[in-house]
Design a protein around this ligand. Structure first.
Ligand code: ATP
Ligand code: MG
Length: 421
């Protein structure tokens, strides 16, 4: 909270509320740094104010304060001004000291920090991560809105699997069993019938008991779908989106990137595209035992990632490795993954828009078309050709911030072991 009663001018009266990040008492002068609205605000107590100096000595870091005083303009303070206080109220004293420092230093395990996540988020680096996350989402919305996409919200409570498989969380829905949606895939495909270009930013739920640094049970995804385009055009769109948001973040997130001591990498020129077949050749050339038709696992992606470096697409995957709704292309498919080194960021492709082919593919993947009645029936009403992708927001955040654990970029991560806070 900050109230500049007479604007920002020398001697102007000010009231500020914030929490104490650091305290330095040097002889007869004390510097308190408050965080107000996520930014540093310096309060300087001078020696002639004995009463406030004594009070300042007793305040624990993290306590919430309301400071009244006057403005002193100075280039030495973080905001270009400091407050000379006349009154300091400790509105909520900190009773405990967290096991980490706001400005860095040694960090305890992420588990210890997540137990008091709201306090952990007061660390400068954590704040920077979530400000960048805000920027990322804002610029995704900007980019897609400018291109004529509309943002949609689809239900996260569903009656059956979107993509088959057992990776669903069952829930009780009144007297019936229902599930948490693993992706908005089928809904976004339906919505292009009316809207042509849609996107959704929302949670996806995966009951895959992974214990990795890149999987969560609840992740965030940017889902995009567009009518009358194929996978190549949608790949172009994704490439432009990636470059746009990275450029925006580099410009608007300078301070935060500096806090993270991280150099953002913006791909220059086109993002390389290799086919799955080429990826297999590269891997075999490196002596990796991998056969055509195998999925690319951790080891394969590590080798490929060090070979390709940076961002790249892997296109034209074997049909058998992709979900039923992906358009076949002989034994291949019109599909792609966007990678950053060994990390998968996005999967996308051309979708099947002919009902008979969709039914055939469902059966080939051992799924019962009956269970997809609610979806298949709209295909009788002139479903246009379409394509799209899902981009993992948390995964993209890992690349943007350079952290290696996905839990660092999610406020309240959910994994096999963690359901609180
Ligand atoms: P992976 O092979 O890495 O497990 P996936 O191919 O199963 O991912 P998709 O179904 O293609 O994932 O989902 C689209 C995107 O959503 C992925 O590229 C990834 O960025 C993100 N994503 C998927 N599952 C998770 C998860 N469990 N945790 C975090 N992000 C995820
Ligand atoms: Mg994928």
């Amino acid at each position: 909270m900050l109230k500049l009663k007479e604007g920002l001018k020398e001697g102007g009266r000010v009231v500020a509320g914030g929490w104490l990040a650091s305290k330095r008492v040097q002889g007869d002068i004390a510097f308190l740094v408050l965080f107000e609205s996520g930014k540093e605000l310096q309060v300087t107590i001078k020696g002639d104010n004995k009463r406030l100096l004594e009070k300042a000595e007793k305040i624990r870091e993290h306590s919430s304060l309301i400071v009244e005083g006057t403005i002193h303009l100075t280039e030495k303070a973080p905001r270009g001004y400091e407050i000379y206080p006349t009154k300091i109220r400790i509105v909520s004293p900190a009773k405990k000291i967290p096991p980490f420092h706001v400005y860095g230093g040694n960090l305890p395990s992420i588990d210890k920090r997540l137990d008091i996540r709201a306090v952990d988020l007061r660390r400068v680096k954590a704040m920077a991560i979530f400000k960048l996350r805000h920027l990322l989402l804002k610029s995704c919305r900007e980019f897609l809105s400018k291109r004529g996409f509309i943002e949609v919200q689809t239900s996260k409570i569903i009656s059956s699997a979107t993509e088959g498989g057992a990776a669903l969380f069952p829930i009780m829905y009144y007297d019936k069993e229902a599930f948490l949606a693993q992706s908005p895939q089928l809904y976004k495909e339906q919505l292009i019938m009316a809207f042509e270009k849609v996107f959704e930013i929302g949670p996806i739920f995966r009951a895959e008991p992974f214990r990795t640094l890149r999987h969560l049970s609840e992740a965030f995804s940017l889902d995009v779908e567009q009518a009358f385009v194929d996978y190549r055009e949608i790949m172009d769109l994704l490439e432009e989106l990636v470059k746009y948001v990275l450029t925006e973040i580099a410009n608007e997130g300078k301070e935060e990137l500096k806090d993270l001591r991280y150099e953002l990498e913006i791909p220059e020129g086109p993002i390389p595209r290799i086919t799955y077949d080429q990826a297999i050749e590269i891997l075999q050339g490196k002596g990796i035992e991998v056969n055509w038709g195998d999925d690319l696992g951790t080891k394969e992606l590590e080798v490929l990632g060090s070979e390709m470096n940076g961002y790249y697409f892997i296109t034209d995957w074997p049909l058998s490795l992709k979900p039923f709704y992906i358009m076949p292309k002989g034994r291949l498919s019109e599909s792609f993954d966007l990678m950053y080194k060994d990390l998968e960021l996005s999967s996308g492709g051309t979708r099947i828009h002919r009902k008979s082919l969709l039914v055939k593919r469902l059966k080939e993947q051992g799924l019962k078309p009956k269970g997809f009645d609610y979806h298949l029936r709209v295909f009788d009403y002139g479903m246009p050709p379409h394509a799209g992708f899902g981009l993992g927001i948390d995964r993209f955040m890992m690349v943007i911030t350079g952290v290696n654990n996905i839990r660092e970029v999610v406020l309240y991560p959910r994994d096999v072991r963690r359901l609180i806070p």
